[in-house]
Design a protein around this ligand. Structure first.
Ligand SMILES: [Zn+2]
Length: 205
């Protein structure tokens, strides 16, 4: 691409680093921004800068939060004895949308994936095992997507906590294998949490 402006080229290059955005789309977005009032671009850059600088991860569940403890962990209306293990904030949002779950979450920050170089040490697994060890949790619900990486991660965690006297379950899927949680419809997902099955049973099927 030949640019008449170095400034334009720089902006296009930065935007095209985002996933799923090619050079052409980046150019379209940047030209769109150029046509907008100056304030709009200012709000966008400010929102991105404060996101990067001020966003925190909840000390307890590791979900993205503006405060040390997220609203869910800080709420007295949630059942702290049940913890749902998820990959990231998108899963938390999807499950919260169902309004069928009143427990807490534990956000792993990904799934074990040897191909992508993600091992258990790169995820929030140790802190989860610690929480289980402390004895406050009575039930862990595995709610990772049913991909090979999701299954591997569930099984790895299960092996770490098997020796502690807690219930482990997995969400019952009315969703086909490989579907990500965030794409599941609310009713199906809500039902699959209510009708969760013992984790050991899911291993046999
Ligand atoms: Zn939290």
């Amino acid at each position: 691409m030949d640019f008449s402006s170095k400034l334009l080229e720089n902006a296009v290059n930065e935007v095209s680093r985002l996933p799923g955005i090619g050079k052409r789309t980046a150019l379209r977005l940047v030209l769109h921004l150029l046509k907008q009032p100056t304030e709009n671009t200012k709000y966008l850059t400010e929102a991105l800068a404060s996101l990067r600088n001020d966003v925190k991860s909840c000390r307890k569940c590791h979900n993205i939060s503006d405060t040390v403890l997220c609203d869910i962990c800080a709420s007295s209306n949630r059942n702290a004895e049940i913890v749902c293990v998820v990959e990231d904030i998108r899963d938390v949002m999807a499950i919260e949308n169902t309004a069928q779950y009143r427990g807490l979450y534990h956000v792993l920050g990904g799934k074990i994936s040897p191909i992508e170089g993600v091992g258990p040490q790169n995820l929030q697994i140790e802190s989860l095992v610690e929480k289980v060890k402390e004895g406050e949790i009575k039930e862990l619900i595995f709610a990772l997507s049913s991909t090979m990486e999701g299954d591997t991660t569930n099984f790895y965690i299960y092996k770490q906590i098997e020796k502690y006297a807690i219930k482990t379950s997995t969400i019952a899927r009315g969703i086909s294998v490989g579907d990500e949680l965030e794409f599941a419809d609310e009713i199906t997902l809500g039902r699959s949490i209510v009708n969760r099955i013992p984790f050991a049973q899911s291993l046999k099927s």
